[in-house]
Design a protein around this ligand. Sequence first.
Ligand SMILES: Cc1cc2nc3c(=O)[nH]c(=O)nc-3n(C[C@H](O)[C@H](O)[C@H](O)COP(=O)(O)O)c2cc1C
Length: 190
Amino acid sequence: MAKVKVGPGPYLYPMPVVLVGAQVKGRPNYLTVAFAGIVNLQPAIIALGLGRKHYTNLGIKKNKTFSVNIPSPKLVKATDFCGIYSGHRVDKSGVFKSFYGKLKTAPMIEECAVNLECRLVRIIPLEADELVLGEIMEVYVDKKCLTRGAPDVRKIKPMVFTVPDNRYWALGKAVGPAWKIGKTFSGKHK
Ligand SMILES: Cc1cc2nc3c(=O)[nH]c(=O)nc-3n(C[C@H](O)[C@H](O)[C@H](O)COP(=O)(O)O)c2cc1C
């Protein structure tokens, strides 16, 4: 197969699109984040790669809490807005309707179907960014996005993000059941 080297870069396909929230100087502030992923199952820990100068980081460090919110394509303009403009210059507290949960200081977005309420576990400095680790203390899901009591991704409609085209996408089709379809694999193995 002919492979072409395109150089090192964040070519992980796809990346999630989330809005990370923190309370900064008494107001909610949200930024758009693609560098996010679950890194521990029990307890559930989420990792975020955040530029260290972001306004949101101030609130995460002060309150030791933050939120991760999952926007749908309906929110694409507001989501991109939060990724363009910094709270250092623009008051983003009114972009979404905020609510608070049991941690009290992690603002969450009413308009997002899923909200993860997190407690800061650790910040690990990286070359340019900070690796922010948070334990997911509670998860809030819109009632209308449940099917038989469980979150339903078809109703949640998360977006994904790709580089180098810098584009938001909706999800495609399901292709098979995990931990099941592999049992029908008939290729080479011992
Ligand atoms: C699609 C998209 C993805 C982004 N992903 C990240 C990310 O993973 N980490 C990060 O630190 N900034 C990311 N940004 C940039 C921040 O969202 C942006 O700098 C924001 O204005 C910072 O806001 P704040 O200073 O109010 O915290 C992304 C922006 C966009 C548009």
